[in-house]
Design a protein around this ligand. Structure first.
Ligand code: ACM
Length: 538
């Protein structure tokens, strides 16, 4: 009896000793970090509100991630753990059964707080021993973990601890997007880009809180998406590209793979079939649809405005019903883009007839139609969306029909415009767009488009002059980073002088991702392990 009391006391004593040792160890971990200031972090896009409390949360081998069990949250936690592993080498456990004493914790939590005023809104409370991320939806949590990723330093912090620590500054962030549609477009028709290239672009966009990738899947020079009921579209129409290279296309399985990859990053794919102009590749494959009785040749040049569908042929619309139907069936996002730009050889009344008929097909397949701003000349349903690229008058006509507008003015938002006269790639028919002029404009009050009609911003990347991922990155980065801030952050939080410091500090991330960005001389790029020149050599 006595013995067992003794043993029990001993056990309690040992437990207390062990516990105190843990507390001591934890205190040491808390005390030893460098001070950091949340308000001077290089976050892009800049969050709505930040309050710094000037301490440090230790991300280290004792950190664990816990998530609520609502749909999609555990996946967000696992995504964060994978990215932490890539950046720091730490193996962070997600939803392990018990929280051991020693751990600091990242909680990713579903919350009904009224402060979370949009599906993508999130709040981040960072204290010495926990990071609490609250959101209404898994999508909001996903945007929030991009902020956490950006707060983790590129290199370990100096500390007296015996193990590596990455210090995250303490404080509170409340954040929510200015616009619900934040996109980029990639033209895979003029030059084809592989599934891997598209996935890398998606990864980079997701880091900056984009939620849309628009794929320009068809044009005069190529048809890039398999349509099972019309196989020649890709067999013939997908066989070349600008410059006479081999072209290519996505099978439906590959397209679904891209869509799923985007969905894991809470992004949607917007498929575009450009018509009734820009249809040479379709008409080479099925000459019956151009109405001339002549089979055109495959086209490898870069001129526009020479092709059209025969818009008064009824059989055209059963063909388009198949095309739109097959693509809509494998596109979970709400949108379908019908192009509609530069139909210079289509008579205006035929163009209007065509767009109005195709809008009905798109709606029949359960999608919201998007078209380039020329569609404002037709009578459109107010649920359809106009993408303003060239004509303010067309965009205002769309506003008058109650339509939403996606802001992509070519003089400000076209990623394929040259930076300046020394640019290695790009065109300049709309403007030269250096890194500052891409950022310094106000979509909220541009060309008289009312703010309440603006769905969001999209930065299109046309591919006449680029044919591989390095060239794509040269034109897209750093400008795409600026568009993320224009579409996420409120105007009061946007300031070129402040932004350009935060942009300079993106270099270590871009280098680690092997992004061959344009090293704009306007930016004092932060030196990192690699210099741009070294990357260019490989
Ligand atoms: C366009 O640039 N043709 C929309």
């Amino acid at each position: 009896m006595k013995n067992s009391i003794l043993v029990k006391s001993l056990l309690v004593f040992l437990t207390i000793m062990a516990f105190s040792a843990c507390i001591e160890e934890k205190k040491k971990r808390v005390i030893n970090f460098p001070q950091t200031d949340l308000s001077t972090e290089n976050l892009i896009p800049k969050p709505m509100k930040m309050i710094a409390t000037n301490g440090g949360f230790a991300l280290d081998q004792f950190t664990a991630i816990y998530t609520s069990d609502n749909a999609g949250y555990e996946e967000v936690g696992k995504f964060l753990a994978e990215k932490i592993k890539g950046k720091t080498g730490l193996d962070i456990q997600v939803n392990v059964a018990e929280i051991p004493d020693m751990e600091t914790v990242i909680y990713i939590n579903r919350s009904d707080s009224l402060e979370l005023n949009a599906p993508e809104a999130y709040q981040l409370y960072i204290t010495l021993d926990s990071v609490i991320l609250n959101s209404n939806t898994a999508e909001g949590a996903f945007r929030g973990i991009q902020t956490i990723r950006q707060l983790i330093p590129e290199t370990r912090s100096d500390s007296l601890a015996a193990y590596p620590i990455w210090t995250i500054p303490t404080g509170k962030i409340s954040d929510s997007p200015q616009f619900e549609y934040r996109g980029s477009m990639l033209d895979v028709a003029r030059h084809f880009f592989s599934v891997e290239d598209v996935k890398k672009y998606i990864d980079l966009l997701a880091y900056y809180k984009y939620n849309v990738l628009h794929l320009h899947l068809t044009d005069d020079q190529g048809w890039r998406i398999e349509i099972k009921s019309w196989p020649l579209l890709t067999e013939v129409g997908g066989s070349t590209e600008v410059g006479g290279e081999a072209g290519g296309f996505y099978t439906q399985e590959e397209y679904k793979d891209i869509v799923a990859y985007a969905a894991e990053r809470h992004m949607v794919i917007v498929p575009e079939v450009d018509m009734p102009g820009h249809t040479n590749a379709a008409s080479v494959s099925y000459p019956v649809f151009n109405g001339t009785g002549i089979t055109p040749e495959l086209y490898e040049g870069t001129q526009v405005g020479k092709s059209t569908f025969a818009t008064r042929k009824d059989t055209l619309y059963s063909f388009l019903d198949d095309v739109v139907g097959e693509i809509a069936a494998i596109t979970p996002g709400p949108y379908f883009h019908i192009g509609g730009d530069e139909s210079h050889v289509t008579k205006k009344k035929d163009y209007i007839y065509f767009v109005e008929r195709v809008e009905k097909i798109v709606r029949k397949h359960g999608k919201r139609m998007i078209g380039w701003d020329e569609i404002g000349q037709a009578k459109m349903d107010s649920s359809s969306i106009s993408q303003f690229w060239a004509s303010k008058e067309n965009a205002l006509d769309a506003v008058a029909m109650g339509m939403k507008i996606i802001m992509s003015p070519a003089t400000k938002a076209y990623l394929d415009m040259e930076y300046d006269t020394l640019s290695k790639h790009g065109l300049h028919w709309a403007a030269y767009i250096p890194t500052d002029s891409a950022y310094i404009w106000t979509p909220e009050s541009y060309e008289g488009i009312p703010m309440e009609n603006i769905l969001g911003i999209e930065a299109p990347l046309w591919s006449e002059t680029i044919s591989d991922i390095g060239e794509l990155e040269y034109l897209a980065f750093p400008r795409a980073i600026g568009y993320s801030e224009l579409s996420w952050s409120i105007p009061e939080n946007r300031d070129w002088e402040n932004y350009k410091i935060r942009l300079a500090n993106q270099a270590p991330f871009l280098d680690r991702m092997n992004v061959k960005y344009y090293p704009s001389p306007l930016i004092d790029w932060k030196k990192s392990k690699y210099s741009y020149k070294e990357i260019e050599k490989d």
